[in-house]
Design a protein around this ligand. Sequence first.
Ligand SMILES: Cc1cc2nc3c(=O)[nH]c(=O)nc-3n(C[C@H](O)[C@H](O)[C@H](O)COP(=O)(O)O)c2cc1C
Length: 212
Amino acid sequence: MRTLLRIDSSADRERSRSRAITAAFAEAWLDRGPEFAVVERDLHRQPVPHLADAALHWPPRLRPADAAVPAEAEALQQELIAELLAADVLIVGAPMYNYSLPSSLKAWIDHIHVPGVTADFDIEAHPLLGRPAVIVSPRGLSYDPGSPTDGWDHAVPPLQLIIGTALQMRVTVLTTSLTLADTVPPLAEFRQRAVAEFEAARAEAVALARQL
Ligand SMILES: Cc1cc2nc3c(=O)[nH]c(=O)nc-3n(C[C@H](O)[C@H](O)[C@H](O)COP(=O)(O)O)c2cc1C
């Protein structure tokens, strides 16, 4: 069995671009045959709480001696990590919220990034080394190189650092800009570009789902 872990975090239930793209990826993945499975985790509908205790950033052997971690929080963290480690491919819907990540997604990241377990610290082999991860990041405006908003995207870079650099997964980033052109009148002139970028990102997601 080859398992896709599909993570969504958009708070938009009607017209979310990231949900549309992660859904298209999951559908193409399932179309490959009965040995392809999808596990879905919707961080908006079923939020993961904030990290209950800072000690959870470390495995028990690396925690301060007096650390007292609530058993329930420890169990949830183990469940989230096990779900990630069991996935052959990861896709993460990561819309830009206030130039950064939705807080629901950040809470998940805080649980699954554990040095010495999922990331390097004192371990020889990264458990996720080289596994494919796809980050899908729609954003209402544009952040083109050389434009005044160049460098304002703080949604994708931390995910590349955590999922790519720390977890050592093989990351592909799909962005789609100007998604607000549909609903915000002053951006109406960018509708064509928004549609073109969305269609390109969705097509690339489907192509990836067929080959990864
Ligand atoms: C709480 C919130 C904050 C947002 N902040 C930004 C922002 O800082 N920059 C931006 O370009 N778009 C921003 N947007 C617009 C979203 O990035 C855009 O609607 C995107 O398409 C959301 O992803 P989704 O379509 O998957 O829901 C924000 C939207 C919400 C709901």
